[in-house]
Write a new protein. Structure first.
Length: 516
């Protein structure tokens, strides 16, 4: 939390210097006329982002999804719009909604619906402002009023058509899951309110000399916002939004003042996003979510007290389990380097925990391709695997491996049979990772080493190299998504000491002192 606060303070200082430079360069003396004005603009942007988060939350909210976690995911995903490529914000938003408990198909569809609602909302604000603003040129006024026709996009039928087109690229974007018309209207209403407040922040920064100029500036901002929003190749519409603002307002306010206010508003928006990310930080939300899921499971007849097989991820093919050959034999030099660094880190962590002579229980050994790289010297390894054919491959590859067919939910080992248990890229495949971690703690006397994909970075890495694009970068058999906090909380329920470190794009956790 304090790290985020330091970042926000540093950004606020940079924003002040940048605005001062623009103010001096433009000779407008509008931006820093009053520090109170900048504070008001910041508060307005915080409110605008909160309203936009509500527009998102109403679309993807469900019985299993936490509204607070959905809003936090929305704020965090905003940082993706500053990265070139046009996919990072969408991928982050959908992934974080899935982590918050929303259905993946609902989140994928909801993003497209939200984008349309935001565009229609901003166009509506721009058109209404253009009607009453007294200082616009006639041609500009007509063009801005005409954008009001985009409100027709809010009709569910157009949403279904748009989703039908998007589904050709994003298979999970299902037109049949478009929300009901009242839900779409609520999201649109939140978007209208958010755009109005964001436009007000721009007006406050620009400090217009009259109410009429202020209305024109607000309408211009709303128009420029949605045009920059749909200009996907430009990160956050940079350059496009400023060009539209200057084109509309240069005769009213002056190009220098418009540019200065636009830059100032962008910097304040970034500061507001970081402040909201810090204020809604995920530590408490992640722990509460894991605790509630575990409590619900313990209250059910099939709670963790009853050991039971977990099997494969629902819908995954038999070939999904332990299918590592393609990954470890990749010709991609970047991926090879990442894997080499990751397996070396794993080797060091396991060796530090398991001195020579230690018995290691490797759960989900697969074909042994990971174990071959991370096994410390002079240790005995018992490899447990769900599939017998994969286990035979591992036995042929890893010398001295004691191969046992078993399930992660009910390991065929007595309590304390091993000194150290390991579980490398397995938990993300399981319907009940808590039960598997409970088993890892039961069979180990010293501790365990666990590695899982680090989300959302693992999925974003897949997207960056064109893998699983139709699933927003998600591997088809991955049904659990881990952040550092979630992995730490999950292991902390069964071990006294947990340390989680990243090895991009994976997380490595070392947990010791298993609970009795």
């Amino acid at each position: 939390m304090w790290r985020v606060v330091r970042v926000v303070l540093a950004l606020a200082g940079l924003a002040f210097l940048a605005v001062a430079f623009i103010d001096t360069w433009s000779r407008s003396e509008l931006l820093l006329r009053s520090p109170l004005r900048l504070g008001a603009a910041f508060a307005l942007m915080v409110l605008a982002l909160t309203l936009w988060a509500n527009a998102w939350s109403v679309l993807v909210r469900s019985a299993s999804a936490e509204p607070a976690a959905l809003r936090h995911g929305f704020y965090l995903s905003q940082l993706g719009k500053y990265v070139p490529g046009g996919i990072w914000q969408a991928a982050g938003l959908v992934t974080l909604a899935r982590n918050a408990g929303s259905d993946f198909g609902r989140a994928s569809t909801g993003f497209v619906v939200l984008a349309i609602a935001q565009v229609a909302g901003a166009a509506t604000v721009g058109a209404l402002g253009a009607i009453v603003a007294p200082d616009l040129a006639p041609a500009v006024r007509v063009a801005m009023i005409a954008q009001g026709a985009l409100v027709a996009l809010v009709h569910r039928r157009w949403m279904v058509i748009a989703l039908g087109l998007v589904a050709r690229v994003a298979k999970r974007a299902d037109s049949a899951s478009v929300p009901a018309q009242p839900v779409i209207v609520r999201s649109f209403a939140w978007s209208v309110a958010a755009t109005t407040v964001a436009a007000s922040s721009f007006v406050v920064i620009g400090a217009p000399s009259s109410v009429g100029i202020g209305v024109a500036a607000g309408a211009a901002f709303a128009t420029a916002w949605w045009i920059g929003f749909v200009a996907v190749p430009f990160p956050s519409g940079i350059g496009v939004r400023e060009a539209v603002l200057i084109g509309i307002l240069h005769t009213i306010i002056g190009s220098g003042a418009v540019l200065g206010a636009a830059v100032g508003q962008r910097l304040i928006s970034i500061a507001a996003e970081l402040a909201l990310i810090g204020a809604t930080g995920g530590r408490r939300l992640q722990r509460n979510r894991v605790s509630r899921r575990v409590d619900d499971r313990q209250d059910s007849p099939m709670g963790s007290a009853e050991r039971r097989p977990l099997g494969l991820a629902p819908g995954a093919s038999e070939h999904a389990a332990g299918q590592d050959a393609r990954k470890y034999s990749t010709a991609n030099p970047v991926v090879r380097r990442l894997i080499s660094h990751w397996t070396l880190r794993l080797h060091h962590e396991i060796a530090a925990l398991a001195p020579p002579g230690t018995v290691i229980a490797d759960v989900g050994v697969g074909e042994g391709l990971a174990l071959e790289r991370v096994q410390p010297e002079a240790t005995m390894v018992v490899g447990i695997e769900y599939r017998d054919d994969k286990l035979r491959c591992a036995r042929d590859l890893v010398t001295g491996l004691h191969a046992v067919v078993g399930d992660a939910g009910m390991l065929p080992l007595r309590g304390g049979a091993a000194g150290v248990s390991t579980c490398i890229e397995v938990l993300e495949h399981l319907t009940d990772p808590n039960q598997a971690v409970e088993e890892l703690a039961r069979v180990a006397t010293i501790g365990c080493v666990v590695s899982v994909p680090w989300e959302p970075w693992f999925r974003l890495g897949n997207l960056a190299r064109g893998k699983n694009v139709r699933r927003f970068g998600n591997d088809p058999e991955h049904i659990q998504f881990f952040t550092r906090r979630r992995l730490e909380a999950l292991l902390g329920r069964h071990f006294n000491t947990v340390r989680v470190t990243p090895s991009f794009p994976w997380l490595i956790a070392v947990a010791t002192e298993p609970h009795a």
